[in-house]
Design a protein. Structure first.
Length: 155
């Protein structure tokens, strides 16, 4: 494991410690998480459209309820692009963490940010998978900030 990966892991581990707090101190889930009729989304990144399929979990459904959204993606650790939704998402029923793959769209609960992975990364406590790019993940590997509009896909 490189020292950069080790530092990234240590930072995420330290920031995830609040997740093991008693449930009364954990973030409250969104009061109403609508059942999703479709879990497919369209991402328009700097004018180029691609799609993704969201997982069927409370966090992904809560994210879907915020759409459409336009966010600025910023690079983090030359591995992922991150952005902050307008509010924290429900983590009800979420696993303690995941090992993200290239193309995964995730939510990092300790910071309240979306993380879209364009490189492989190790297990991260507090990371919740929202879904996965169908194709076009290379669009987020471009350097610098990127504007993304995310909307529910209506065929």
């Amino acid at each position: 494991m490189t020292s950069l990966r080790l530092r990234q892991f240590a930072t995420r581990l330290i920031l995830a410690l609040p997740l093991i707090a008693p449930p009364a101190l954990a973030a409250e889930p969104s009061p109403s998480i609508p059942e999703a009729k479709t879990m497919k989304i369209r991402l328009t990144i700097n004018g180029h459209a691609t799609s993704a399929m969201l997982d069927d979990n409370a966090t992904a459904r809560d994210f879907l309820s915020l759409l459409p959204l336009t966010l600025t993606l910023e690079d983090y650790a030359a591995t992922e692009k991150i952005a902050y939704p307008p509010r924290k998402l429900s983590t009800q029923g979420a696993p303690a963490g995941i090992n993200p793959d290239i193309g995964d769209i995730t939510y990092y609960a300790p910071w309240g940010n979306l993380a879209l992975f364009y490189k492989d990364f190790g297990y991260s406590t507090g990371l919740i998978r929202l879904g996965r790019f169908d194709a076009g993940v290379e669009a987020i590997s471009a350097s610098g900030k990127l504007e993304v509009t995310i909307e529910a896909f209506r065929p």
